[in-house]
Design a protein around this ligand. Structure first.
Ligand SMILES: C[S@@+](CC[C@H](N)C(=O)[O-])C[C@H]1O[C@@H](n2cnc3c(N)ncnc32)[C@H](O)[C@@H]1O
Length: 176
């Protein structure tokens, strides 16, 4: 079967995660599991846990990454972030792509959970690919202050896809 090409937002995002093979990674809102697959290809000793509140998405993501699941390195769970029950300091990298945690309501509860779940030295990466690149600065202006208010030091990365869409990553590292 011909291998489908991977949308650019996934390779751009995963390329900025600065992964090492032993990392424990959490993806929020994994959709069909395409980014999860790119992460898993880089984790020879680590693991990936991916959650999505859609059962259909989790089912598709598990199928897409069936080899990694049976090897015991990937877990796909139906869960909403705000209710996810993971132990503190469980993850070295946490990321999401195109998950709108910041527009529908206050993300205070979610950011509190994310802060707690990061292991020392860990980081949070929130990615978006707005079709209109002018939205990148709007996303930064909206998201950065909220993440900073919840105990993170924040940096941003921006780019442009070959189709002209914007690419943005808001990176949070828990303040000591
Ligand atoms: C726009 S889709 C993006 C999917 C994938 N990351 C991508 O870039 O193609 C957003 C996904 O996030 C999930 N989602 C939204 N809010 C969530 C939450 N609070 N907890 C878990 N999953 C969530 C949705 O079910 C959906 O699958």
């Amino acid at each position: 079967m011909a291998k489908r090409s991977v949308p650019e937002r996934f390779s751009w995002a995963v390329g900025t995660l600065d992964l090492v093979p032993s990392h424990r990674v959490l993806e929020i809102g994994c959709g069909r599991g395409v980014a999860a697959g790119l992460v898993l290809d880089r984790l020879t000793r680590g693991s990936l846990t991916a959650i999505d509140r859609s059962a259909a998405a989790v089912e598709a993501a598990g199928r897409h990454n069936a080899g990694h699941v049976s090897a015991g390195r990937a877990t796909f769970l139906v869960a909403a972030l705000e209710k996810a029950a993971f132990a503190d300091a469980s993850f070295d990298r946490i990321f999401s792509i195109n998950v709108n945690l910041f527009w529908t309501r206050s993300p205070a509860r979610e950011l509190e959970v994310l802060h707690r779940l990061l292991a020392p030295g860990g980081s949070l990466h929130l990615f978006w690919e707005p079709p209109v690149p002018e939205r990148v600065s709007e996303i930064i202006d909206t998201v950065v202050p909220v993440v900073e208010e919840h105990g993170f030091e924040v940096t941003t990365l921006t780019g442009r896809s070959s189709t002209g869409a914007g690419l943005v990553s808001v990176v949070g590292r828990p303040r000591p």
